[in-house]
Design a protein around this ligand. Sequence first.
Ligand SMILES: [Zn+2]
Length: 79
Amino acid sequence: MDVAEVDLFFLSYDHCSIIMIEFSFTCPYCWENQLKLVDPSESSQAFIEDCETCCNPISFYFKISDNIIVQSDVVSIEQ
Ligand SMILES: [Zn+2]
């Protein structure tokens, strides 16, 4: 996984100092470039979410260290 390709930056600081990481990815179904907000307070997270464009289920996996995504996986769900 080439982390240099991951375009991320700190999006916002609210009053509780919660930082969300903005993660850009390409849908494995429709190849639409999209953004996802990732909560860095959980160092490892995996979840499935539908693509906002084509509604197909996408499997996300993030590994986060010091508010930086050190590993990411965005894959289609094999039926
Ligand atoms: Zn899609």
